[in-house]
Ligand binder design. Structure first.
Ligand code: C2E
Ligand code: MG
Ligand code: MG
Ligand code: MG
Length: 276
């Protein structure tokens, strides 16, 4: 396509670039209405203890379901929400949904830790700790059962402002988890400073496990590090039995991945837990 500028001048532009920009612009605009219309919900992916196969937790993952039924994955809208600031109300909404789910699970007799992803922009606000505590209180949920996942690279970037908030959250009893461990920078510095309850080994270090000839030394080191620091280690994105066996033999505590369960709505999770 070409745009006529007048005076016989035409301007050609790249249709691909234009489509991408237009799509992000539309998503950014629609996100505001989606929030108002409650179109963003959560699904849960279980976390299992490798030694026993027991389900000990689940991670809440955001899903945007449009009125026409189209589901937009978080990879497409979380970054936009971070950029336009909507992540603050959106993140709180997700935390609230996780607390509501925890209340349902506890009432049904299930004891799970529910993990919620928290963005840097949320942690940059001093009010976040109080809001998170109020959220738990509103649903009569113990903060010790709501784990907050932060990404290392991002947490480091906002270290100064986020640090106080993270310390307060810890004091209030919220367990902290470092997400996508190994992919950011200064991860070891953050581990030292924060001493989180859990580190989640990024999927990129889990995928090659069990492949003949693959170098597993870094993954081994991450498991050892967790053991030495008494930090729980969870492997993300476990898809095969070979990966699970390798991790269990190394002494990795926990795993999450398609091998065990896909992210699913709360009622499906409750039904599956009940049938075990
Ligand atoms: P994450 O926190 O690292 O979540 C794990 C992602 O890996 C999820 O993608 C999950 O569906 C996917 N996954 C789990 N097991 C497997 C597996 O065995 N194989 C493969 N290939 N993938 C697996 P999802 O749900 O698309 O979320 C993507 C990212 O979006 C999340 O990565 C997280 O960073 C972000 N995100 C999701 N929900 C939220 C939220 O409520 N708030 C914030 N701030 N970020 C969120
Ligand atoms: Mg996560
Ligand atoms: Mg992760
Ligand atoms: Mg990841």
């Amino acid at each position: 396509r070409a745009g006529v500028l007048g005076g016989g001048l035409t301007l050609d532009y790249e249709p691909d670039l234009d489509a991408g920009v237009a799509r992000r612009f539309r998503l950014s605009r629609d996100l505001y209405h989606a929030l108002q219309r409650d179109e963003i919900g959560v699904v849960f992916q279980t976390q299992v203890e490798l030694a026993t196969g027991r389900v000990v937790g689940a991670e809440a993952l955001a899903r945007w379901t449009r009125p026409d039924g189209q589901v937009i994955p978080p990879g497409e809208f979380i970054a936009i929400a971070e950029a336009n600031g909507l992540i603050v109300p959106l993140g709180l909404r997700i935390l609230r949904q996780a607390c509501a789910a925890q209340r349902t699970l506890v009432a049904a007799g299930f004891r799970l830790t529910l993990a919620v992803n928290v963005s840097p922009r949320q942690l940059a606000r001093a009010e976040f700790a109080q809001e998170a505590a109020a959220c738990c209180k509103a649903f009569a949920v113990d903060p010790r059962t709501i784990e907050l996942e932060i990404t290392e690279s991002i947490a480091v970037e906002h270290h100064k402002s986020a640090r106080g908030v993270l310390d307060r959250l810890k004091e209030m009893g919220f367990p902290l988890a470092i997400d996508d461990f190994g992919t950011g920078y200064s991860s070891l510095t953050l581990l030292q400073a924060l001493h989180p309850a859990k580190l989640k080994i990024d999927r990129s270090f889990v995928t090659p496990l069990g492949d003949p000839g693959s170098d597993t030394s870094i993954t081994e080191m991450m498991v050892r590090l967790g053991q030495r620091m008494k930090i729980q280690v969870l492997a993300e994105g476990v898809e095969t039995q070979r990966q699970a066996v390798w991790l269990r033999e190394q002494g990795c505590h926990l795993a999450q991945g398609f091998l065990f369960a896909r992210p699913e709505p709360l009622d499906a999770l409750v039904a599956r837990l009940g049938s075990r």
